[in-house]
Design a protein around this ligand. Structure first.
Ligand code: SF4
Ligand code: SF4
Length: 293
């Protein structure tokens, strides 16, 4: 893969349930008719893109994260590790050092600063990664094991895999986790363009505003897609206009679309209004790609 030609689009939303997956899966499937592309499901806590796609995955690859393991024989109870951890993932209880694996961000700080090498980093299973290919459509999914609470290490692993593989198309769509916290920040970190999917309601506007604030703090280029147009008012469109954010496309509310989604079916072939919206997104992104360096 020529890294200079790679164009990465993050499909994100300020909250779940706005239609982010509907847009990402239908857009990827429809666009792959014309060109090679990769869809990456980075919603690693609840990945569900694969439910909509006719792809046969390669055998799953187990993924590990690095966690410090306390060696009591070497420890002098100096407390450097408990003081340096920004995530409260390591604590001292009497003469014991306890590592809370679910809070650990694998930053290596405690391990590196321990003066007696009493906290070597050891691999722990966190989930699986799956890769699939169908004609011009490539797909990668990261999936955390049940009970794992740290999405960021898994998201980083998936992106590292995309970066390393040489057989990956240069057009890449990342279906990101919802929200505005660490997982989505890590998921959009390398994106050239962010598409924010929202809905025309007061909740949709509020969450969109938070998402825009996050993307602006990261200097991300972005556009908005309004899903379920018609169920609310035009406040989202007016706010975008006033804020200088382009509304790339609107997808009218359609109960058939919601029904097909609930059944795990793609709708771009049967729903002309969805197809028109996706064509507008493709035209918008294609223009952006022309000026991408
Ligand atoms: S930094 Fe190392 S020696 Fe100090 S308390 Fe932590 S594990 Fe023990
Ligand atoms: S590796 Fe980082 S996050 Fe994990 S316990 Fe050590 S300092 Fe805390």
């Amino acid at each position: 893969m020529d890294k200079n030609r790679t164009y990465r689009i993050a499909v994100a939303s300020g909250k779940g349930g706005t239609g982010k997956t509907l847009v990402a899966t239908n857009l990827a499937d429809m666009w792959s008719v014309d060109r090679e592309l990769l869809l990456v499901d980075l919603d690693v806590e609840e990945p569900n893109d694969a439910l909509f796609l006719s792809v046969v995955p390669e055998p799953a690859q187990t993924q590990f994260k690095m966690i410090p393991e306390w060696n009591s024989d070497r420890c002098t109870l100096c407390d450097i590790c408990t003081e340096v951890c920004n995530f409260n993932a390591i604590a001292r209880m009497g003469e014991y050092i306890i590592v809370f694996e679910e809070l650990c961000h694998s930053c290596y700080a405690c391990s590196g600063l321990c003066p007696t090498d009493a906290l070597p980093m050891k691999p722990r299973r966190m989930g699986e990664l799956q890769i699939a290919k169908r004609e011009q459509f490539y797909f990668i999914e990261g999936r955390l094991d049940i009970g794992q609470e740290q999405a960021v290490p898994m998201i980083r692993k998936v992106i590292q895999t995309v970066d390393k593989r040489q057989d990956i198309p240069d057009l890449q769509l990342f279906d990101c986790p919802p929200g505005t916290s660490c997982p989505v920040v890590n998921a959009v970190h390398t994106a050239d363009l962010v598409i924010l999917v929202t809905e025309p309601t007061a909740f949709g506007l509020n969450d969109l505003q938070l998402a825009v604030e996050t993307m602006r703090s990261m200097n991300k280029e972005m556009g908005v897609v309004i899903n379920r147009d018609g169920i609310g008012d035009d406040a989202v469109q007016r706010w975008c206009d006033a804020s200088g954010i382009e509304v790339i496309a609107t997808i009218p509310y359609d109960s058939q679309l919601a029904y097909a989604y609930a059944k795990g079916k793609l709708s771009w072939k049967t729903n002309s209004r969805l197809r028109e919206a996706l064509e507008e997104i493709i035209a918008y992104v294609s223009e952006k790609m022309k000026t991408h360096v």
